[in-house]
Write a protein that binds this ligand. Structure first.
Ligand SMILES: Nc1ncnc2c1ncn2[C@@H]1O[C@H](COP(=O)(O)OP(=O)(O)OP(=O)(O)O)[C@@H](O)[C@H]1O
Ligand SMILES: [Mg+2]
Length: 268
């Protein structure tokens, strides 16, 4: 199958600290791909490099066959991105949020309204298009952000922890939308999540990273077979020596200096 993302020996250092240490993987066109790892593993740093927000320290990335370093502008048109923290304007309506984003992306006046209407309808937000975003639930806001990220018709969507902070109902609803997007529009979806259960249900392939290195790659089935475990959660524990849900302090100084925090629980 055709590759849409090719990552080779990608790394990122912040000063002395290496957040991502030479990872390589591919994402196939049309698949749902998950990047998994504990807090501080380097997931967000990786997504930021792939979406041109920060410069890699070394390594190469190709998206849709184009080199990231040489084709930033062209590559930005190939993907939509939704970060964990909302970047919606709460004091605007859903439709206004869509509109300003479409203008920023240079969507022509002719197709703009049609595109916005279709996306709001797809994500079940059409009836609420004239409401201020501040009156939306967390699930609605997330759907609106995804709709907005797709207004320039990218073939690829990056989602950094799309379901965090959502209640179970909104989570499963969001997955239904994402599955439909993947199946009906052949959208390639690259996501990070902490929920193993969700990963098992939706992802065709996963890469597990830990301390900025790839510790496993494959389908959920392959990873379970290789680690001789029954669930992905057990596989994750075996590979990283700690539960993915464990709350480790995220204060970056601790994480940067203190690999100590975790070293106790690691099996390798
Ligand atoms: N701008 C920065 N300067 C210094 N260190 C950073 C910076 N950004 C990230 N880091 C460090 O790099 C490591 C990886 O961070 P990153 O945010 O990529 O992890 P993550 O896997 O997304 O974690 P989480 O699950 O908590 O979102 C962490 O130790 C973090 O403190
Ligand atoms: Mg993160």
């Amino acid at each position: 199958m055709e590759k849409i993302i090719e990552v080779k020996n990608l790394s990122k250092s912040f000063g002395e600290f290496q957040a991502v240490g030479g990872i390589s993987f591919n994402v196939k066109k049309g698949e749902v791909f998950s990047l998994l790892g504990p807090n501080g593993a380097g997931k967000t740093t990786t997504i930021k490099m792939l979406t041109t927000l920060i410069e890699p320290s070394s390594g190469s990335v190709h998206i849709g066959g184009l080199s990231l370093t040489e084709n930033k502008i062209a590559i930005r048109r190939q993907f939509g991105i939704v970060f964990q923290d909302s970047s919606l304007d709460d004091d605007l309506t859903a439709e206004e949020n869509m509109f300003f984003h479409a203008v920023l992306y240079g969507i022509s006046r002719k197709t703009r309204q049609e595109k916005i209407s279709a996306l709001l309808k797809f994500f079940g937000l059409w009836e609420r298009r004239s409401d201020l975003v501040k009156h939306f639930s967390g699930g609605m806001k997330k759907r609106l952000e995804i709709a907005r990220a797709l207004s320039h018709d990218p073939p690829l969507l990056f989602l950094d922890e799309p379901t965090s902070g959502l209640d179970p109902q909104n989570r499963s609803r969001l997955w239904e939308y994402l599955k439909e997007l993947n199946k009906k529009m052949n959208m390639t979806i690259f996501l990070t999540t902490h929920s193993m259960e969700e990963v098992e249900k939706v992802s065709e392939r996963i890469v597990i990273i830990d301390h900025g290195k790839v510790s496993a790659e494959g389908t959920p089935e392959e990873i379970k077979t290789r680690t001789e475990t029954k669930t992905l959660e057990e596989a994750f524990l075996t590979l990283t020596g700690r539960d993915i849900r464990e709350d480790v302090p995220t204060e970056s100084d601790h994480l940067r200096k203190g690999r100590i925090l975790w070293s106790g629980g690691r099996k390798r």
